[in-house]
Design a protein around this ligand. Structure first.
Ligand SMILES: Nc1ncnc2c1ncn2[C@@H]1O[C@H](COP(=O)(O)OP(=O)(O)OP(=O)(O)O)[C@@H](O)[C@H]1O
Length: 750
């Protein structure tokens, strides 16, 4: 008699056969599409789009090779449902799909059914597989009523997953998503959802699976608009980088907050106090004031050389024109040409009025426009016709002296220029930030050269106020077009040359050739490169991209200015923000979700849910972490550990001078007792150089400070001198271990 495992093996083999067929069909269609020739420009673009779609699908089909099917639901009525990483559609002669995508509504009871609420499920089966072989089957009989279900109480499948050694890369959790996590993953897309949870409650895992779920459920929209995932640092992004590809998803953009301004690499070191200051919401006002300061006014009268004459623009007149330009309510760079027109018009009228005065002599009340008269002069003051005035304006517009004056009065600016000039000038800082103290302004003052991460939202703020100054982009496009024209012309010349030769050979000179039908311009158009970038690549390069959904991990760390930037990138306000208020270590980070988000969203606009079960820490390691949490805030409750290892953390006191050597020895002992897996030494930043030297390069071992360790996890963790860490950092350090924790404290005598 065949066992359940044999029967599952048969089903699994059949599923892999179907997967191989799907791969083959997709590969053939891709080959077919790629080999299509003789297409026009439009046809080529369509071919490229189709090929990219098929290549993506092929990638998806290959990414699910491991763990293709991980569960089965036997229903009280109707056919079984096999649950997997992707769906395999029913063939023409089938009524049910042989494999259901974990994100499909029909798969949901796999995660939510309990003995009390069976949702029509009789047996929930977990499959363990290795490659294409079934290695184990675990059944939960819901009809027996004793099953708590996927509620965080440690089903064997979950415990197996949690006890597995870590590889240094996060893995997906599709086979064991728990009910409280499932509710978050499948929450509606609209609105801002905040997921608060202690360390190890699966916030990161949930956020990534939510992104995969949303991409599946709103495929068309989100594949086009892209999902942005923001994580605290590059080490963290590397750690989570495989999860979505393993779920067959590639249409996401992963970035750190420092990477959110295209074209800027923000790696300039910075004093944390400066970073905190630059993260405050008040910096938005400072930047606006810095820009207003660049819309210049002459102290008295501006003298403008024009064609050997001197034109005059007095301060009051310049101020009136500036006010009219500002009243337009447009960004600075977009206002520049309009302000220029106002000034040119005023100058033209004043010249005309000068002619008027010269012809008629100074009359009546008209005491001129430089000293309190009506300025700029109106039409009635002019003897010139409108056509003559137009000519005069045109002349002034192209006058080098006038142009120089316009650049001075309303200079075209880039965000980089505005910020670099502001931070390099005590005078500009004093004008733009009068409410800051001298010491604070001193923190902002610096030589130009490079950008710090905290500059990124400020550059974005400045870009918003400045508007597009797309002259550079237009110039590049024009240069590119000229180059294409040149190449096309060359191609035509070569063709003409070869025809001349052919004629020499006696071919028919009357035969029409390509160059008879085309000119270089049209040929250039045809050769214009189609944009082959994926939507995620285009989004990465475009500051004004509106993302379909934004996921932020370690969201508690973001400054007010970074929130402003992110909300600009998501006008639809469709966001999932995960974090833990108790782990906030950034000086400008959140003390409460309401304090961090209400100023940007409005009070109560974000919906907050909590994760309460700790999947990382065994109960033994959770205990010392809970003590630290109480010290941070007695109101906060630690998450409940779902498993226990029977291995309590150890504690060792070492003379301070021998801390590096003592740590290296303790680590070596741990590695000898528990070979393989991953380990980390987490210490205050100033101890890192000595510890790194003492430990040396060991595969699978990292030496890092608590802030870099945030979000990461290791089988074994040694925390060195936790007493020297600020409380949130200590909390982070003590909550990274999945199996074993050792604490080394320097003795005072050392
Ligand atoms: N349902 C689950 N099944 C299996 N493993 C899970 C599950 N939920 C979480 N885990 C595992 O628990 C560990 C902690 O998860 P994760 O890193 O997402 O927690 P976190 O809340 O983001 O922690 P931190 O606040 O420290 O960043 C990871 O190894 C994750 O894979």
């Amino acid at each position: 008699m065949s066992t359940a495992r044999d029967r599952e093996q048969e089903c699994l083999t059949e599923l892999y056969t179907r997967l191989d067929e799907l791969r083959e069909q997709t590969r053939q269609r891709l080959d077919q599409v790629l080999s299509t020739t003789g297409l026009g420009h439009q046809g080529l673009t369509e071919r490229d789009v189709a090929a990219a779609g098929l290549a993506r699908r092929l990638g998806e089909l290959h990414s699910v090779e491991n763990g293709l099917c991980f569960g089965r639901l036997t229903m009280t009525e109707g056919p079984d449902r096999a649950i997997g990483r992707i769906g395999i559609p029913a063939a023409a002669d089938e009524t049910e799909p042989p494999l259901i995508d974990w994100r499909a509504p029909a798969a949901r009871p796999f995660y939510t059914a309990t003995g009390a609420r069976t949702e029509g499920v009789r047996v929930r089966r977990h499959l363990r597989t290795s490659g294409r072989t079934v290695t184990g089957v675990q059944d939960e009989d819901l009809a027996a009523g004793a099953v708590a279900g996927a509620g965080g109480d440690g089903t064997p499948a979950l415990l197996t997953a949690l006890n597995a050694p870590r590889t240094g890369r996060m893995t997906d959790i599709v086979a064991t998503i728990q009910a409280e996590q499932d509710a978050i993953i499948r929450a509606p897309r609209a609105g801002v959802l905040v997921v608060q949870g202690g360390p190890g409650t699966g916030k990161t895992a949930v956020a990534l699976h939510r992104a995969a779920y949303l991409l599946y459920t709103h495929r068309e929209r989100l594949a086009r608009d892209v999902v942005l995932i923001v994580g605290p640092g590059t080490a963290f992004l590397r750690y989570i980088g495989e999860v979505l590809p393993s779920l067959g998803e590639s249409g996401v953009l992963l970035a750190t907050p420092a990477e959110l301004y295209p074209g800027v690499t923000a790696d300039r070191p910075e004093d944390p106090r400066t970073a905190e200051l630059k993260g405050r919401a008040a910096m938005a006002g400072v930047i606006a004031a810095a820009l207003a300061d660049r819309q210049w006014l002459p102290a008295d009268t501006l003298r403008i050389d024009h064609d050997g004459e001197t034109l005059h623009l007095d301060r009051a007149g310049a101020e009136r024109l500036r006010r009219r330009a500002r009243d337009l309510g447009l960004p600075h760079n977009e206002t520049a040409p309009l302000h220029g027109e106002l000034v040119v018009d005023a100058l033209a009228r004043s010249v005309a009025a000068g002619i008027h005065t010269a012809v008629l002599g100074p009359g009546g009340e008209d005491g001129g426009w430089g000293d309190g008269g009506d300025w700029p002069p109106g039409e009635d003051d002019s003897l010139l016709s409108e056509d003559e005035l137009d000519d005069l304006r045109a002349e002034l517009r192209s006058s080098p002296g006038v142009r120089a004056a316009l650049r001075r009065l309303w200079p075209p600016l880039t965000p980089q220029r505005l910020l670099a000039d502001l931070f390099a000038s005590p005078r500009r800082l004093a004008t733009a930030a009068p409410r800051l103290t001298d010491a604070e302004r001193g923190l902002l003052l610096r030589e130009p050269g490079g950008w710090a991460p905290s500059d990124v939202p400020l550059l974005d703020e400045a870009a918003e106020l400045l508007g597009t100054d797309d002259r550079a982009a237009r110039a590049a496009e024009a240069a590119e077009h000229a180059e294409r024209l040149r190449l096309a012309q060359e191609a035509l010349d070569v063709a003409r040359g070869s025809r001349a030769t052919e004629h020499d050979d006696g071919t028919d000179p009357e035969t029409l050739s390509a160059f008879d039908l085309l000119d270089a311009g049209r040929l250039a158009e045809r050769h214009a490169e189609a944009d082959h970038r994926t939507p995620a690549e285009r989004a990465a390069a475009d500051r004004t991209w509106a993302f379909g959904h934004i996921v932020v991990d370690e969201a508690q760390e973001l400054s007010a200015m970074t929130w402003r930037l992110l909300l600009r990138r998501c006008p639809a306000r469709s966001m999932t923000l995960v974090g833990d208020i108790a782990q906030t270590s950034a000086p400008g980070g959140a003390r409460s979700w309401a304090a961090a988000l209400d100023p940007h969203l409005g009070p109560g606009r974000a919906r907050t849910v909590e994760l309460t079960v700790n999947y990382r820490l065994p109960a033994e390691i959770a205990a010392p972490a809970a003590d630290v949490l109480r010290a941070i805030d007695p109101e906060l409750r630690p998450p409940r550990a779902v498993r226990s290892t029977g291995v309590p953390p150890w504690h060792r006191t070492v003379p301070a001078g021998r801390l590096p050597a003592g740590t290296a020895r303790a680590l070596a002992d741990e590695r000898a007792a528990h070979p393989g897996g991953t380990a980390a030494v987490i210490a205050p930043p100033d101890l890192l150089p000595a510890l790194t030297a003492a430990v040396g390069p060991v595969p699978g071992v990292s030496v890092l400070d608590p802030r870099t360790a945030k979000g990461l996890e290791y089988d074994t963790v040694l925390v060195v001198d936790p007493g020297a860490m600020p409380l949130p950092d200590r909390y982070v350090a003590l909550t990274r271990a999945t199996q074993r924790l050792g604490i080394l404290t320097p003795s005072r005598a050392g």
